[in-house]
Design a protein around this ligand. Structure first.
Ligand code: ANZ
Ligand code: ZN
Length: 604
C-alpha cells in the first residue's frame, strides 16, 4: 500500500470511528499479538478437553495432520484457520471440544534431507516440528497440545507394530511377491516419487524396471463391500468425494466362466492354425475333442456376449502362459517382450491404452456354451491382477478386443443388436462395430436368442452355475494394500525370519522394535537397515536360535490411518486408545482436509 493510499484508508476509518486517531494505525500487530500470545501461554489448559462428566455436548474437530516439512505454508493456514474458527465457535456455544494436532512425521523427505545436509532424519524432523509448532502458536491456533501425536516416536509407532501383529494373527497381514520400482543403475528399490516419467531421479537415462519382491500386504479387499456400502452413511461428505471413493473401489458385477483346454496331443491336424499362422478363426465343435484336464477361468461383465467369443486372451504373466512357454522357446521369447512392454507402462491405466500386441500360444480352449474351439492368445493389454488375469475376447462388442482382432485377423461375430431390431440378419450385416451398447437383445446365441441382455446375463450365469462351469461374480478394482517400503525412516515391520520356524512375529513384550539411530544413510544398496547387523540379527522367540529381522518399514499411510483415535488419549502407554474415551468422542463431528486425499489416505 502506498503512503497515499494508507492515509486515505485511515481517513476513511476515522470518518466512521471518530474516536480513533488519524495518525495511530488501528491495528498494531507487533504490540497486540505478543500481549495475547502471552495470555494464552499463561493458561496451558485453555484449549484442553474437559472430562465427559462435564455434561456438555461433545464436539470433535479433526484437521488433516501435516507433514513436518519445516515451515507452515498458506495451504496449511487456509485449512487450519477453518478448524480454528469452528472450534472456537463450538467452545463459545457451550461444547466440550476436542481440537487436536499432530505430525505425520515419517517419510522419504527426511531421508533426502539427511543425505543433503547430513542431519539425521530424527533430528531434522523434530526441529521442523518445533518450528511449525511455534508458527501455529504464534498465529493463535487453538490446539489441545496435551494430545499431540508425533508418528515417528516409539510411543506412537509401537502401536502400528501391535496392530500389525494382531492383523497377522488373523490372516489380515500377509506376504506375497509384488512389483517394485527398481533402478538397475542404483541397484535399489525406488519409491514412486523417485520415478520421474519412468526414469530414475538420479539417472536421467536409466529406465526404471519393475521387479518382483516379497512384500507385506494388508487384506483390505476383505472389506471392499463394507467400505462401499457405508459410503451411503457418510452424510455431509461432498458427493464428489464419495464418487471418487466409489470409483476407486470399482465394483463390477459379472461372471466367471471356466473354459477347458483342449489336449493338444489329441488335437487334429489343424489347417487354420498352421496355414493362417495362429488359429485366426473359431473352429466348429468337434465330437472327438479331448480336454487336457487343465482349464482357464475368465472374468467377464458381459457373459451375454459369450457366443461371440472368438479367442481367449491371457495376461503375459498368467501361470498358464508359463506352462505353455516351458516347452516352446519361441513363445517364451515373444511373451517376455510382452511382459517388458507392460513393465514400461507406468500403471494399470496406461496398460489399457498401449499399442496392442499379442501372440498365439498354439493351444485351444473350449467354449462351454457351444463347444467351439477358441485359440488361446497372450496379450499385452490384459492385466494380471484384475479379475482372473484372463478374458474371453468378443471383438464385435468390445473396443479393445476389436482393435486386437482387427490387427491379427481374428473372427468377429455379432451376437447382440439394438432392441428395436426387426430384421436381425439384415441389421447384423449393417452394424457398425464394435457395437457395445448395454441395452440390447441376443442373436446367434442358441437357446438364449431374443433375450434382453440383462435377462441373458442372469440366465447364462445361472446356466453356467448349474452346469458347473461358472457363476455370477463381483470383482473390485480395490487391491490389497502393499505396505512394505525398502526405506529407513518408517515403522519397522515387527517380524522375524527363522530357518526352523519360518515367519515369526516379535512377541508383544518386545515391542516396540526400535528404529536404530546413527544410521549411515546412503542411496546405495537399498534400505540402510539391511546393512546394520545389530538390527538384522535377532533371536527367534520360538526356538531361541538365530533369526533375521525384517528390514522393510511401513508405508506412512499406516501412521495416518488411525491417528484420530490416538488423539483421544495420546499419552496412553497401555493401549493404542481407550475404547470408552473413543466411544465418547466418536464419530468425528467435522473433518477438514484437502480433496487430494479423497482416495488412499481417507480410504485407508
Ligand atoms: C467379455 C466382454 C465382452 C467384455 C464385451 C466386455 C465387453 P470392468 O467393467 O472394468 O470390470 N477384463 C476382465 N479382466 C481383465 C483383465 N485382467 N485385463 C483386461 N481386461 C479385463 O471390465 C470388465 C471387462 O474387462 C470384462 O468383460 C473383460 O472383457 C475385461 F462385449 O469380457 B469383458
Ligand atoms: Zn525359530
Amino acid at each position: 500500500m502506498s503512503a497515499n493510499q494508507a492515509t486515505k484508508k485511515t481517513a476513511a476509518a476515522a470518518a466512521v470511528e471518530p474516536s480513533s486517531s488519524t495518525h495511530e494505525p488501528r491495528y498494531n500487530p507487533a504490540e497486540i499479538e505478543p500481549k495475547w500470545q502471552q495470555r494464552w501461554a499463561d493458561q496451558p489448559d485453555l484449549y484442553s478437553v474437559e472430562p465427559a462428566s462435564s455434561g456438555k455436548p461433545k464436539y470433535y474437530v479433526l484437521e488433516m495432520l501435516p507433514y513436518p516439512s519445516g515451515q507452515l505454508h498458506m495451504g496449511h493456514v487456509r485449512n487450519y484457520a477453518i478448524g480454528d474458527a469452528l472450534a472456537r465457535y463450538m467452545w463459545m456455544t457451550g461444547h466440550n471440544v476436542l481440537h487436536p494436532m499432530g505430525w505425520d512425521a515419517f517419510g522419504l523427505p527426511a531421508e533426502n534431507a539427511a543425505l543433503k545436509n547430513n542431519t539425521p532424519p530424527r533430528e531434522w524432523t523434530l526441529q521442523n516440528i518445533a518450528a511449525m509448532k511455534r508458527q501455529m502458536t504464534r498465529i493463535g491456533l487453538s490446539y489441545d497440545w496435551r494430545n499431540e501425536v508425533t508418528t515417528c516416536l516409539p510411543e506412537y509407532y509401537r502401536w502400528n507394530q501391535w496392530f500389525f501383529i494382531r492383523m497377522f494373527e488373523r490372516g489380515l497381514a500377509y506376504r506375497k511377491k509384488s512389483k517394485v520400482n527398481w533402478c538397475p543403475e542404483c541397484c535399489t528399490v525406488l519409491a514412486n516419487e523417485q520415478v520421474i516419467d519412468g526414469y530414475c531421479w538420479r539417472h536421467e537415462e536409466t529406465l526404471v524396471e519393475q521387479r518382483d519382491l516379497e512384500q507385506w500386504f494388508l487384506r483390505i479387499t476383505n472389506y471392499a463391500q463394507e467400505l462401499l456400502d457405508d459410503l451411503s452413511r457418510l452424510d455431509g461428505w461432498p458427493e464428489k468425494v464419495r464418487t471418487m471413493q466409489r470409483n476407486w473401489m470399482g465394483r463390477s458385477e459379472g461372471a466367471e466362466v471356466v473354459f477347458q483346454i483342449e489336449d493338444s496331443a489329441s488335437a487334429p491336424e489343424d489347417e487354420h492354425a498352421t496355414t493362417r499362422q495362429a488359429g485366426t478363426a473359431v473352429l466348429p465343435p468337434r465330437e472327438d475333442i479331448r480336454t487336457s484336464g487343465r482349464s482357464v477361468t475368465v472374468f467377464t461383465t458381459r457373459i451375454d456376449t459369450i457366443f461371440g467369443a472368438t479367442s481367449i486372451q491371457l495376461a503375459p504373466e498368467h501361470a498358464l502362459v508359463k506352462e505353455f512357454a516351458a516347452t516352446k522357446p519361441e513363445l517364451a521369447e515373444e511373451v517376455s517382450k510382452l511382459v517388458s512392454e507392460q513393465k514400461q507402462a507406468r500403471d494399470a491405466a496406461d496398460i489399457g491404452t498401449i499399442e496392442k500386441h499379442g501372440v498365439f500360444t498354439g493351444h485351444y480352449a473350449i467354449n462351454p456354451f457351444n463347444g467351439e474351439r477358441l485359440p488361446i492368445w497372450v496379450a499385452n493389454y490384459i492385466l494380471l491382477d484384475y479379475g482372473t488375469g484372463a478374458i474371453m475376447s468378443v471383438p464385435a462388442h468390445d473396443e479393445r478386443d476389436y482393435d486386437f482382432a482387427k490387427k491379427y485377423g481374428i473372427e468377429m461375430r455379432i451376437v447382440i443388436l439394438p432392441r428395436r431390431t426387426k430384421d436381425p440378419a439384415n441389421d447384423a450385416e449393417e452394424a457398425v462395430l464394435p457395437y457395445t451398447a448395454e441395452d440390447s437383445i441376443l442373436i446367434n446365441s442358441g437357446e438364449f436368442n431374443t433375450l434382453g441382455n440383462q435377462e441373458a446375463q442372469h440366465n447364462m450365469s445361472t446356466y453356467a452355475e448349474e452346469h458347473g462351469f461358472g457363476k455370477a461374480k463381483v470383482s473390485y478394482r480395490l487391491k490389497d494394500w502393499g505396505i512394505s517400503r525398502q526405506r529407513y525412516w518408517g515403522t519397522p515391520i515387527p517380524m522375524l525370519y527363522c530357518e526352523k520356524d519360518g515367519i515369526v512375529p516379535v512377541p508383544d513384550d518386545q515391542l516396540p522394535v526400535l528404529l536404530p539411530e546413527n544410521v549411515d544413510i546412503t542411496m546405495e544398496g537399498g534400505s540402510p537397515l539391511t546393512r546394520m547387523p545389530g538390527f538384522v540379527n535377532a533371536t527367534c522367540p520360538m526356538c531361541g536360535g538365530p533369526a533375521r529381522r525384517e528390514t522393510d518399514t511401513m508405508d506412512t499411510f499406516v501412521d495416518s490411518s488411525w491417528y484420530f483415535y490416538r488423539y483421544t488419549s495420546a499419552k496412553d502407554d497401555k493401549a493404542p486408545f481407550d475404547t470408552d474415551t473413543v466411544a465418547y468422542w466418536f464419530p468425528i463431528d467435522q473433518y477438514i482436509g484437502g480433496v487430494e486425499h479423497a482416495i488412499l489416505h481417507l480410504i485407508y
